[in-house]
Design a protein around this ligand. Structure first.
Ligand SMILES: [Zn+2]
Length: 239
């Protein structure tokens, strides 16, 4: 596991940085301890636990940007070690977390893609939606990759934790835009049009840092976000 501390509040934890990088993040609150954003892979639990221990602060919360396998893998083990940590996910992706891939009435009837957990036992303590605050993090709905994907904006710093709404591995890319350099997020994306609309909304928040589920953190991302949105739009129009 590799750890990169971005600033006093945000650290990125990366598993398999060379092959298939999977990130999760620790966000420090002044008083309430740590928030873990995403729970990586099952074997990631030991590394995450060590990072929490090294911080000297308690793990208060686990927030899931969406319920794909590589974002919830260590959840059960972490809950067993930190039973006081409360789990947050969107209402919509709580169904996916429970292994239910069925589409809801009114949703575009296209199959939910990607690895959806089959045996995760933990359930959310809090179902969140656009505009909710989780400590210093503002919840922004970012449907597309999954129907209930969320992103999280740290109101103190402008750091934006996008989940898989964008990835930076292979160059900043809107999820759903299939690029051979790193095709996996696109192949796991439910609704490309919704993903593009979410990317546009995320850019409007003018983040100072983009922190994605896959790839390196990106400082001052505005220009690259606009370029990635334009590239995804051109690609979708050709599809
Ligand atoms: Zn995903």
């Amino acid at each position: 596991m590799r750890i990169i501390k971005h600033d006093e509040y945000l650290s990125q934890l990366t598993f398999m940085p060379r092959l298939f990088p999977v990130n999760c993040y620790l966000v420090e609150e002044e008083e309430e301890g740590l928030t873990l954003v995403d729970a990586a892979l099952p074997y990631s639990a030991a590394g995450i636990m060590q990072a929490v221990k090294d911080s000297g602060k308690p793990l208060a919360r686990i927030v899931l940007t969406h319920a794909h396998d590589d974002h919830v893998g260590a959840l059960d083990k972490l809950k067993a070690s930190f039973p006081e940590a409360e789990v947050y996910i969107s209402e919509r992706d709580a169904l996916l977390l429970a292994g239910d891939r069925s589409l809801q009435p009114g949703e575009p009837q296209m199959p939910i893609r990607g690895g959806v957990p089959k045996s995760v036992k933990s359930r959310a303590d809090h179902l969140v939606r656009e505009g909710d605050s989780i400590g210093s993090l503002l919840v922004i709905a970012a449907p597309g990759h999954t129907p209930g994907s969320i992103s999280l904006l740290d109101k103190r710093t402008g750091s934006l934790l996008v989940g898989d709404a964008f990835h930076t591995r292979g160059g900043l890319t809107v999820t759903g835009h299939l690029r051979l350099r790193f095709p996996f997020p696109a192949l796991a994306t439910w609704n490309k049009e919704a993903a593009l609309a979410s990317a546009v909304r995320l850019a409007e928040h003018r983040p100072t840092l983009l922190a994605a589920g896959h790839g390196e953190m990106l400082k001052d991302p505005a220009g690259k976000m606009q370029a990635a949105i334009a590239a995804a739009r051109r690609w979708l129009e050709r599809e």
